[in-house]
Design a protein around this ligand. Structure first.
Ligand code: ZN
Length: 382
C-alpha cells in the first residue's frame, strides 16, 4: 500500500472506532524524557575523551551526574549503514534495519520506520496528546519528518509525535500569508510557489492534521520572529530555540532533539565539525538549565544523550571524519543517561549495543517497546 493509501486506510479505520483514545489509555504519570541526538555523527575523541573534548559541559558537568556508557556500539550487521536516518531510527525503534525507503524524487536518504517508534508506543500506552510528544528537527532535513510514525500494523499516524522544524513553520507561514492576502499579487504568487515547493517535499496526506496547540505555537513564533527568516536562529541553535520554547509552551513528556550540524564536515572543513560540537554542548547546557528552572520538569525529567553514529578515524582519507565506509570508528558511539531515578556517578564499563536505547527509555516511561530487540538497561535505575 502506498503512503497516501495507507493514510486513507487509517482514517477509515478511525471513523469506525467507537471509543476515543482518551477513554482507552491511562493518563501518563511517569518522568519526562528528553532524548538528545548529539549531532549528525560524532567521534568519541572530540566528545567524550576527557582531555580532547569539544563538549566540556557534557563531559565535565553532565557525565558525573548520570550513568555513562562510553562504549556504545552500532552492531556490525550486513546492510547496516552507519548514517543519520539509520542511526536515529535505531534509537527510536530499538532494532536495526527497521526502515524502508520511503521513495522520493526530491531527496535521498528518506527512510520511514517499519516498526513502531517510541512515540507510537508511548501514545498507545498512555493518554497523551500529540503536542506533548515532540520531535525537533533541523531546517534542511525534511526527510526526518518521516520519523514521527511508522507503517507497522496497529500503530501509525494516530500515535505519531508532532514535529517542530523550520519546514513545519514555513508551511504554517505561507498558508497564513495566502489566507490573509495582504501582499501584492507578485508576492502572493511567490508565496504560493514557495508553499507548493514545501508541500512537494513531503506529499503525504496528514490526518489527523497538526494539532491546534502546535498551530498556536507557530503563531507565537511568527509574531516573535516575523516572516523574513532573517531573525530566527539557524542551524542547531534553531533546534535549541525550538526545544526551549516547546518546554515552556507545550510541556512535552517525550521530546527528541535531532542536532545535526556536525555533519557539515562532509564538506571538508574540520573546524565546522568541532564548532558544531561546541554549539550542541551549549544547547545542552541551555536545555538542562531550562529544565532545572521549570517546576514541571525540575525533579521529574531524564535526559538521554547519544549520537546517531560515529565517524571515521582514518587519517589517510582525503576528507577526514566521514562515516559511510563501515569503519570500526563509525560504529562507535556512547550514551549518557541522567536525571530522575537514574544512578549518578556510574560508568557501564562494557560494550552496550545502540539498540538498548529504545527499550531502556520505554522502561523509564513505563511501557514496553515490544518489537525492540535490544537489552533494557534496568540496572541504571536507582
Ligand atoms: Zn553525514
Amino acid at each position: 500500500m502506498d503512503r497516501r493509501g495507507f493514510n486513507t486506510g487509517v482514517m477509515t479505520a478511525l471513523a469506525g472506532a467507537t471509543l476515543p483514545f482518551s477513554v482507552r489509555a491511562a493518563p501518563y504519570a511517569g518522568p519526562n524524557v528528553i532524548l538528545v541526538r548529539f549531532g549528525g555523527g560524532v567521534r568519541r575523541a572530540e566528545t567524550i575523551d576527557e582531555a580532547a573534548t569539544f563538549a566540556p559541559y557534557l563531559r565535565h558537568v553532565l557525565v558525573p551526574q548520570g550513568t555513562f556508557i562510553p562504549d556504545m556500539r552500532i552492531a556490525q550487521l550486513d546492510g547496516v549503514n552507519t548514517s543519520h536516518a539509520e542511526g536515529t531510527l535505531n534509537l527510536l525503534t530499538g532494532r536495526y534495519l527497521a526502515y524502508r525507503d520511503a521513495g522520493s524524487e526530491f531527496l535521498n536518504d528518506r527512510l520511514e520506520p517499519t516498526e513502531p517508534t517510541l512515540f507510537e508506543y508511548l501514545r498507545d500506552a498512555f493518554d497523551l496528546p500529540s503536542h506533548q510528544v515532540l520531535l525537533i528537527n533541523g531546517e534542511d532535513r525534511p526527510q526526518e519528518e518521516f520519523f514521527t510514525y511508522g507503517v507497522a500494523d496497529h500503530y501509525g499516524i494516530n500515535f505519531r509525535s508532532e514535529m517542530l522544524s523550520l519546514h513545519r513553520f514555513k508551511l504554517y507561514k505561507f498558508a497564513q500569508i495566502l489566507a490573509e492576502r495582504r501582499l501584492d499579487d507578485a508576492a502572493l504568487q511567490a508565496a504560493q510557489a514557495a508553499y507548493d515547493a514545501l508541500l512537494a517535499k513531503d506529499p503525504r496526506a496528514f490526518a489527523p492534521a497538526q494539532s491546534p496547540q502546535v498551530t498556536a505555537f507557530w503563531a507565537r513564533w511568527r509574531a516573535h520572529y516575523g516572516d523574513d527568516g532573517f531573525r530566527n536562529p539557524r542551524g542547531d541553535r534553531l533546534l535549541t530555540a525550538l526545544a526551549l520554547r516547546a518546554l515552556a509552551e507545550l510541556q512535552p513528556r517525550l521530546m527528541m532533539v535531532n542536532y545535526q550540524d556536525t555533519d557539515y564536515v562532509h564538506w571538508g572543513n574540520p573546524s565546522h565539525y568541532t564548532r558544531a560540537i561546541q554549539i550542541i554542548d551549549d544547547g545542552l547546557q541551555r536545555l538542562v538549565e531550562a529544565v532545572q528552572a521549570n517546576p514541571a520538569y525540575r525533579d521529574n525529567t531524564v535526559f538521554v544523550i547519544t549520537p546517531d553514529c560515529g565517524r571515521d578515524a582514518n587519517p589517510l582519507l582525503g576528507v577526514p571524519f566521514q562515516h559511510h565506509f563501515n569503519t570500526a570508528s563509525a560504529h562507535e558511539t556512547w550514551a549518557l543517561i541522567f536525571g530522575a531515578g537514574v544512578q549518578a556517578g556510574r560508568v557501564i564499563d562494557r560494550p552496550v549495543d545502540q539498540s538498548a536505547i529504545a527499550p531502556t527509555i520505554a522502561a523509564l516511561m513505563g511501557f514496553a517497546a515490544t518489537q525492540a530487540e535490544g537489552d533494557t538497561l534496568t540496572g541504571i535505575f536507582r
